[in-house]
Design a protein around this ligand. Structure first.
Ligand SMILES: N[C@@H](CCC(=O)N[C@@H](CS)C(=O)NCC(=O)O)C(=O)O
Length: 329
């Protein structure tokens, strides 16, 4: 796989699987924080920060959903890379539908943005990236942390009065985000990128055990942490919405479709139809990215037609206690 080594772009510089054939996700390089505190280096200000995302990426998608639910579209700008990632890594192709130029740094490739932030950078060039236009650097490129910052530090500039990390729920939210990360969010990748039958078997078993568990939790509560939509639902949503279209086929997570689950399926439609969420979902980019970018997995680069689940079909989740934040209804 490709990465930066001492600021130089290198191909085949890192391996994605260990000696047992199991996929291992690399660590994230920029971990600063925006804080609503007058002494903080990075303070929440409208117009100061920028997101670089790929619409196909589930990790980047978390930041787009949070930005939409909070009403931060005017305060935090965003650029969209090409869903196809080739030898040169993420690229800006403004001529393509749903893509933009790099409106902040004018780069052709996202790796240039990383080198701008750290000329000696060694690491993967991933999305999402949270860029500070004032200090001209990357603040953070870890989706869970960006999601938390957008949610908790920007209330003064957010257009919606929405709290996705409410008091009384915080411990549960943190536990759920952590609990779903390995078996579900990363689990689909562990299944798809496994280089051995044993590694695949283990990932798929863990994935479907976890999906079965959360399906039963959602039987009598509307959201993962109870009656309120929270960051935990965003973290689950961006994996579930890709599942039947991509992970089921491309990553061989085909024990079951999400559409076959009694509760996960209406839950997915419930979150999808929450005000602002559907606009963040780009199924064409999602399918193009996965089916064309991983030649080891899909060498012919053919994008399948189906199954096109109807995310807007009515659901009966509003019979359960709670609901989306009042400002979004
Ligand atoms: N830990 C990061 C992971 C982000 C990540 O792996 N993004 C993928 C796209 S889905 C990427 O940019 N991969 C490029 C690469 O690994 O070279 C996060 O959650 O933000």
């Amino acid at each position: 796989m490709n990465m930066l080594v001492d600021g130089e772009w290198r191909t085949d510089a890192y391996q994605t699987t260990n000696e047992d054939g199991a996929f291992e996700r690399g660590t994230t390089s920029f971990r600063d924080r925006i804080e609503d505190d007058p002494d903080a280096r990075f303070q929440p200000e409208a117009g100061r920060y920028h997101l670089y995302v790929c619409r196909a990426c589930p990790w980047a998608h978390r930041t787009l959903v949070t930005r939409a639910l909070k009403g931060l579209e005017d305060a935090i700008t965003v650029d969209y890379v090409d869903p196809y990632r080739g030898e040169d890594g993420w690229q800006f192709t403004p001529e393509k539908d749903g893509c933009t130029p790099d409106t902040v740094n004018g780069s052709d490739y996202l790796r240039e943005v990383y080198v701008e932030a750290d000329p000696d950078m060694t690491g993967r060039v991933t999305v999402p990236v949270l860029w500070d236009k004032q200090e001209e650097t990357i603040v953070n490129n870890e989706s869970a942390e960006i999601m938390r910052m957008l949610d908790t530090e920007f209330d003064d500039v957010a257009e919606h009065d929405v709290d996705l990390y409410p008091e009384g729920y915080q411990e549960d939210i943190d536990e759920i985000i952590e609990a779903i990360y390995e078996p579900i969010n990363n689990g689909v990748y562990k299944a798809g990128f496994a280089d051995s039958q044993a590694a695949y078997d283990e990932a798929v078993e863990e994935l479907f055990d976890a999906l079965d568990h959360w399906d039963s939790v959602l039987e009598d509560q509307r959201y993962l942490a109870g009656d309120r939509l929270t960051e935990a639902d965003i973290a689950m949503f961006t994996t579930l919405v890709r599942f039947d279209e991509v992970y089921h086929t491309h990553f061989m997570c085909n024990h079951k479709l999400i559409a076959e689950y009694d509760n996960l399926w209406p839950y997915l439609r419930d979150v999808y139809t929450t005000d602002g969420v559907a606009e963040t979902v780009d199924i064409d980019h999602i399918k193009e990215h996965y089916y064309t970018t991983h030649p080891d997995v899909s060498p012919k680069r053919i994008v399948p037609k189906g199954p096109a689940p109807d995310f807007e079909a009515p659901h009966d989740r509003d019979e359960l206690p709670g609901g989306p934040p009042a400002d979004l209804v």
